[in-house]
Design a protein around this ligand. Sequence first.
Ligand code: NAP
Length: 247
Amino acid sequence: MATLLITGGNRGIGLGLVKVYLENGWNVLATCRDPETASDLTALKKQYGNSLSIFGMDVNNQKQIDATVTSLDGTPIDLLINNAGAVEMAKYGSGAYEKINGVPIDDPDLRKYDYQEWEHVLRTNVLGPARVTGSFVENLKKSDHGIVVMMTSGLASVSNTWQAGRYAYRTSKAALNMLMRSAGEWLESFGITAVAISPGWTRTDMGGPNASNSIEQATVGVYQVITEISPKDAGKFLNFDGTTLPW
Ligand SMILES: NC(=O)c1ccc[n+]([C@@H]2O[C@H](COP(=O)([O-])OP(=O)(O)OC[C@H]3O[C@@H](n4cnc5c(N)ncnc54)[C@H](OP(=O)(O)O)[C@@H]3O)[C@@H](O)[C@H]2O)c1
């Protein structure tokens, strides 16, 4: 039975992927910040029993990551999905100059930007996946064809971007893509294939209610894309529908 480890498995796209992988017979190691309140994961655990294990793990907390590595005791991991992610508090998907009651949703004025939040988003979306990938590399090396997925975004595309706002999210996901490319060569030396996949604009807490994809569309798409990945795909920036996204 193949094994998936996923971050942010308690809600949104992460929870959707946990369900899809369990339905397809995988062994799932779902990590989340607070297992006590992860009621959907607890319900899945009742349904799937030993096929699902739940771990408390903040991707910014090295001690919690190390504790998970220790409790896995060398279990091989075939697929790591770095799904956990953060965005500016304002919902993205709307233009920076769109207003609610006359107030810009995401004021693109660099003089007013929330730099503390920007740092938090970078830490979670870039350093988090780097820490997690590095920490579980020995488990991934034990798989015959280990795969690391960075859950990126179409908003990471530099060539597609000429739009103010969403600076924290855009810069974090562009940096995540670069992490995938540069650490990808290191991972390749161990036989591990790294890719970045965008789930598309999806109706979750992050994506908001107006997004184009349901969680099921996004997660079934991501599942199919991952199923077709082979070592020759290392370093690709893929969309949930299998197309390649522009850098
Ligand atoms: N939704 C979209 O339209 C869209 C589009 C493109 C890419 N994405 C990417 O897809 C991924 C999932 O997005 P989503 O829409 O499912 O987001 P979401 O509904 O906001 O869920 C975010 C998940 O990340 C977890 N998380 C946040 N910070 C964390 C941390 N420090 N440590 C561990 N877990 C943390 C959250 O856990 P808590 O419950 O503890 O907060 C939650 O499980 C993200 O990487 C996002 O950037 C989403």
